[in-house]
Design a protein around this ligand. Structure first.
Ligand code: NDP
Ligand code: KPL
Length: 323
């Protein structure tokens, strides 16, 4: 049996909708601390409430709550084994912010975020620490602060970064999630899984964010919409293929078909980038669109639709930053 001394110590950076669900799951097998920002007061006073289609309604969760990583370290009796980064993937500042809680050569940095090319800055900042990359399927929202609503899917696809780095930490984290009752799959190279998910994120996220529409609303709004969505997804596919990640046209059509099938049920999805725009938050434009366009250009792949989405979403993000 695991005692409080033998349970892994986990720090969550980014106690939003996705991170809080995973921290709750992990609290069954690990000691858990959450770095909170806008939801600090409510989380400190009342904890979180999770309403999940999979795990149940009205789940009350009270992790240790701190303002920042310095405070987390000052209250910890031992180094953190894992720091889970589940803030939005906006490059530039997070490695520095988490560094007080990353013990050299010990703490594994786990990125549970959308996008591609997100790991490099962590690997460069923490060259002696394991970097674990996790693709996440978990539709969730936090409204109001402290109250998480989670839909009907929960899955992590996990691997080491870079993929040739030793596997043991990513494998151990996969097993930890499984032992907590979550769904986790280990991959020797998780990057193809990132690209497969990107088919949906690099297309739907900016399009829904720019149009303030759910995916089904975009599809129903014009006869041209389905073909344009397919063309955008095929550009993403072409870039993935140029990097050796094989995605077939059938897989692209399947991804588009999932949204088309939800039209009669009026069951549209609001991607996280749309939720961010609605809440006036900066968007993950570089991780989800900009990096893809740059990688496409490096290989000479034509991606004019995606580039247009990047320019528009980048301007929207800059405008949010000014307001
Ligand atoms: N939500 C979803 O349905 C899905 C999301 N994803 C991906 O998962 C990742 C997390 O998304 P999600 O949970 O929706 O994100 P949220 O926006 O819900 O949560 C992010 C959290 O990080 C916090 N944060 C950001 N910067 C800091 C900081 N400097 N110090 C402390 N806290 C900080 C935010 O605090 P504050 O409130 O103060 O801004 C917020 O609580 C993203 O990469 C997203 O694309 C993937 C699949 C589905
Ligand atoms: C797949 C999807 C759309 C699930 O909500 C997502 O990853 C996101 O919202 O960013």
């Amino acid at each position: 049996m695991m005692t409080s001394e033998t349970r892994p110590k986990i720090l969550l950076f980014g106690a939003g909708s996705v991170g809080t669900v995973y921290l709750w799951l992990l609290s069954r097998v690990a000691s858990t601390t959450a770095v909170c920002r806008s939801n600090y007061d409510i989380a400190k006073k009342n904890g979180f409430v999770i309403n999940s289609s999979i795990f149940g309604q009205n789940i009350e969760f009270e992790p240790d709550v701190v303002h920042d990583c310095e405070e987390a370290v000052s209250k910890a009796s031992a180094p953190f084994d894992y720091i889970i980064v589940c803030s939005k993937a906006i490059p530039g500042v997070v490695p520095q912010l988490i560094s007080p809680a990353v013990t050299l050569g010990h703490t594994a940095v786990v990125l549970v975020q959308n996008g591609v090319g997100i790991e490099k800055e962590y690997h460069e900042f923490f060259p002696e620490n394991p970097i674990i990359s996790a693709v996440v399927y978990l539709p969730a929202t936090q409204r109001p602060a402290g109250v998480i609503k989670h839909g009907e899917v929960e899955k992590l696809q996990i691997g080491s970064y870079p993929s040739f780095a030793p596997d043991q930490h990513a494998d151990a984290f996969t097993k930890l999630i499984q032992s907590a009752g979550g769904t986790a799959e280990f991959y020797e190279d998780v990057q193809p899984k990132r690209w497969f998910k990107l088919l949906v994120n690099a297309s739907w996220n900016p399009i829904c964010a720019l149009t303030l529409s759910k995916d089904t609303e975009v599809l129903s709004s014009s006869d041209e919409a389905s073909d344009v969505l397919l063309a955008v997804m095929l550009e993403i596919r072409d870039i993935a293929v140029a990097y050796g990640y094989n995605i077939t046209r059938e897989e692209v059509e399947y991804q588009l078909g999932r949204a088309q099938a939800r039209i009669p049920k009026n069951a549209g999805i609001e991607p996280s980038m749309l939720q961010d725009v609605q809440a006036g938050r900066r968007i993950e434009v570089e991780a989800i669109v900009g990096n893809v366009v740059r990688m496409g250009k490096e290989k000479g792949v034509l991606c004019v639709r995606l580039e247009m989405l990047y320019v528009l979403a980048k301007a929207l993000d800059s405008q949010i930053g000014r307001s």
